[in-house]
Design a protein around this ligand. Structure first.
Ligand SMILES: NC(=O)c1ccc[n+]([C@@H]2O[C@H](COP(=O)([O-])OP(=O)(O)OC[C@H]3O[C@@H](n4cnc5c(N)ncnc54)[C@H](OP(=O)(O)O)[C@@H]3O)[C@@H](O)[C@H]2O)c1
Length: 239
């Protein structure tokens, strides 16, 4: 399949590399391909400059967000920073029309000015906006009425999403939510190709609220496990 991955961060890289390995033709979206390729500094998460990473992954095609979305047959993965995703995706609504968009972004606001900050090893915990009565997934669906939005992947590190068997032999749970059954099926099929066997359909896209709010719990579990987990752990719904 021709699949687009919008985003050059660590998560987007994990999906792009895995999809390439699975034999797909992968189009990666960025704001400005030339600017992205000329970066020489690691990104804010410490990932090496994209051009350097790309040299180790021949076969990937780097395009603008709109060109990458247009190149996909059906499936587009959103890995654009959550705070900027609605604006960036709205700009390419025409190229996304008729396609399935699987969104794993978290609507984090970094450096929030809060009365009782939650200190983390890397600063104050970002806050979520929207939260509780809305979600980024729903905002994206409202902005893109001709696109079928599915929220998934968001409850894990993306390196684990593309390689679930690296944790507990793969015996953990992945969630999907969305208002379009065919789109959820397409995402479920992709997850199975990544190696997932326990995929729980939470129902309509409103369930994206819970998945996004889980981000704080995911961080807390990571801090609780400490260095040894390296952010790599799974959650399982036992039933
Ligand atoms: N990494 C993970 O394992 C993981 C796990 C769960 C959830 N998430 C969430 O998923 C989202 C993506 O995470 P990530 O780590 O893959 O990447 P990221 O570093 O959070 O975001 C990188 C992407 O966001 C784009 N971007 C940044 N500012 C922008 C702006 N003002 N306008 C348009 N685009 C902008 C960048 O564009 P350029 O390419 O042009 O630089 C880049 O493609 C985040 O919300 C994150 O919290 C990540």
């Amino acid at each position: 399949m021709k699949i687009a991955v919008l985003g050059t961060g660590g998560g987007g890289r994990a999906h792009a590399a895995k999809l390439l390995e699975l034999g797909h033709k992968v189009f990666v979206g960025t704001r400005d391909p030339e600017a992205t390729l000329t970066r020489t500094e690691p990104d804010m998460m410490g990932n090496p400059p994209y051009g350097q990473w790309l040299a180790d992954h021949p076969g990937l095609t780097l395009l603008s967000f709109g060109e990458a979305a247009a190149a996909a047959d059906e499936l587009v993965i959103n890995g654009i920073d959550g705070h900027n995703a609605v604006a960036a995706l709205s700009d390419i609504a025409d190229q996304l029309a008729g396609k399935t968009l699987v969104d794993y972004a978290v609507p984090f606001i970094y450096n929030p000015d809060v009365e009782h900050p939650w200190p983390t090893p890397w600063g104050v915990m970002p806050k979520l906006d929207p939260v509780d009565t809305d979600s980024l997934g729903e905002q994206i669906q409202r902005a893109l009425p001709k696109t079928r939005v599915v929220k998934s992947f968001v409850t894990q590190e993306q390196s684990t999403v593309v390689d679930p068997k690296a944790i507990g032999g793969g015996d953990h749970t992945m969630f999907v939510a969305g208002d379009h059954a065919d789109a959820k099926q397409a995402v479920t099929d992709l997850l199975k190709s990544y190696g997932w066997s326990d995929i729980l359909d939470l129902g309509p896209l409103v369930c994206a609220r819970g998945m996004e709010m889980y981000a704080h719990m995911h961080s807390a579990i990571g801090f609780g496990l400490g260095q040894q987990s390296g952010g790599h752990f799974g959650i399982k719904v036992v039933r």
